[in-house]
Write a protein that binds this ligand. Sequence first.
Ligand SMILES: [Zn+2]
Length: 415
Amino acid sequence: MTELLIKNTTLVQIREPNISILKGNNFQTLPILENAWIHCQNDRILDYGTMENCPDVRGQVIDATGRYVFPSWCDSHTHLVFAAYREQEFVQRISGMSYAEIAASGGGILNSARRLRAMPEAELFQAAHQRLKQLIASGTGAIEIKSGYGLSAAGELKMLRVIKRLKAVSPIPVKASFLGAHALPAEFKEDRKGYMDLLINELLPVIVEEELADYVDIFCEKGFFSVAEAERMMEAGNKYELRAKIHTNQFNSMGGIEAAIAHKALSVDHLEVVNEAEISALINANVIPTLLPSAPFFLSDHYPPARQLIDAGLPVTLASDFNPGTSPSGKMAFVVALACIKMKMLPDEAINAATLNGAAAMELEKDYGSITKGKIANLFITKPMPSVAYIPYGFTEEIVDRIVINGQLSAKELV
Ligand SMILES: [Zn+2]
């Protein structure tokens, strides 16, 4: 049995076990406990309290005076597996080319697909594993990873098998989403239906058989996939009990949100462009709105109307969208900073959105996302800092000092 006691600290995001997703008043408050201790036994949080009742624990004891203990970030939307960064396109964009022009000239997602298809599975795994370790060291304690750079039967299966290998070796939970419908591959330019048939009739049964995905996804957007195609993908997923997490409303509002609600999707992600009718529809639905502010930051585009969504009482969630084209960073502390600086979310709200709500957007809220007795002890200890608001305020600072994964204190470089 391993025992870990962290004492003289401030605990952040303390919740009772019955709180599974945060909206309304719960979203606007972030419960903290000052002058506190937390006791982890084996991989779980056993108990916590204030220093007057600090237990005598035989095991590792950490004095965290001046520091805060957070539940790890829960990043519910990433494209962590890819073959290469795309910094040349970044330079092209600075020089005046648009994302659409770059995509039309063979860049963008199709560029990533070309490189991914050429890379052996072992190398792809190594590169993604390295990135995953870096994210864990930066405080991420649960993550979702999408396919979508294969865009062929072999390429998509290769990616999903890499994600499955990551699941097997990762000390944090990994959820996999099948995003074969990320972009239309050049070979199917004149045969959209043929590509959808390939994904749904040929690939999906193999994916289910090999247990390669937890969710289905599709990029529902002008120039990518239509609402009808999104509906078809979500229906196909539902047949296999794979819920949908879809990309929608990044550049246009075209009905993706309503379709996601009708098909009982788990989350709708992006929402840079969202109208009042869509917000009202979400109020009565059980679909989690997930915002990815790193993408509009990197593209110098406009941000989702976070305040409107919050004021409507929705359980807003934040994720990194880590990908080589539009968000080459998976740092959740920076996502929290962007949410505050660019979307006027209060620090408490942004932290709620990046922890417990992120866990809910991966159906991991029973075990992750808050400091709750009985949950898995995935935590980070900050450097000394004056208050919780210092995290988004000190937006370039590496605030995570030490991490606890499955109740074990890790030196960050040893992850
Ligand atoms: Zn994405």
